[in-house]
Every structure is written in C-alpha cells, then in structure tokens.
Ligand binder design. Structure first.
Ligand code: MG
Length: 168
C-alpha cells in the first residue's frame, strides 16, 4: 500500500503532466495561428505524449489500489515572442518536469515505496530523452534565426514527426 505522502505526490505529478500536455497544446495553437503548421503538428503529438505520462501514473495508482484525485489544471502561456521562444519555453518546461520527477523519486525512496521507484525509473529515463530532444529543436531554431526559407524547411521537418517516433 502506498503511503498518503506518496499518493499525494503522485497525484501532484499527474497534475504536472496534465499541465505539460495543456501547455504544449497551447503552444500548438499559437503555432497554428502563425502558420507554422509543422511545429503545431509536432506540439500536438507532444501534448498527447504528456497526456500519456499522466495516464501512466493514473493507472499506477489504480493498480496499487490508491486514490486518483484530479485537480484544476493551471492556465498555460498563450503568447510567445517568436517560434524560437516557443521551443525555449518547452525546454524550460522539460527541465522543470525533470526536477519534479527527481523530487518524487527522492520521496518514494525515503518512504520505501519500491514499486513506485521502479515505475518512476521509466520517467527518469524519459526526461533525459525529452530534454535532449527539446535542446536539439531549440538549437535548430537558433541556427536558422529569422531566415524565412530555412524556417519553412524546419517547419516542414517538424511536420514529419510520428506518434511513436522522436523526429525533429
Ligand atoms: Mg512528461
């Protein structure tokens, strides 16, 4: 049985992952408005991936006979200075999530919640990948800067992401 502390912390992380999903969806909407449809596609997929992370924790709580308690999701940013700024925000978000997962892992360790530790290992590995991908995308946008032809190419490249792939 999971302790109340661990249950509460996993519920917090479900909320964090849903906020992350919501936040990517908001970035996607900004990109659609700016006609960066490839980036919007990429961000929509990222949003569903984050929803999947929330559901993985949701299913874990249910499997442990613990309570899922959903709370309001915060309002994500809806305005960005540039397309580069969108992806810089996504990198910052992934860094925040990595820190949240680390704290959750630390708590589960102190509470001797061994099944939770195993579950959270997947998230630790995932965050390494998420930060790496976000950093690569930011780098590409920083390289092309405001060059319209290169931006169009990059947007086209972002459009090639598939649901289970890590393209971009
Ligand atoms: Mg996530």
């Amino acid at each position: 049985m999971l302790s109340d502390k661990v249950q509460a912390a996993i519920n917090d992380q479900i909320n964090n992952e849903l906020f992350s999903s919501y936040s990517y969806l908001s970035m996607a909407a900004w990109c659609e408005h700016q006609q960066f449809t490839g980036c919007a596609h990429w961000l929509r997929l990222q949003s569903s991936e984050e929803y999947g992370h929330a559901m993985k924790l949701y299913d874990f709580l249910i499997a442990r006979n613990a309570r899922v308690v959903l709370r309001p999701i915060g309002q994500p940013a809806s305005d960005f200075q540039s397309i580069t700024h969108v992806f810089e925000s996504s990198l910052e978000q992934e860094q925040r999530v990595s820190a949240q997962i680390d704290s959750l892992y630390e708590l589960a360790f102190h509470e001797k919640a061994f099944a939770a530790l195993v579950e959270l290992e997947w998230f630790i590995t995932e965050q390494v990948e998420e930060e790496k991908t976000a950093r690569e995308v930011v780098h590409k946008f920083n390289l092309v800067k405001d060059d319209p032809a290169s931006l169009l190419d990059l947007d086209r490249e972002m459009a090639s992401r598939t649901a289970d792939g890590e393209s971009a």
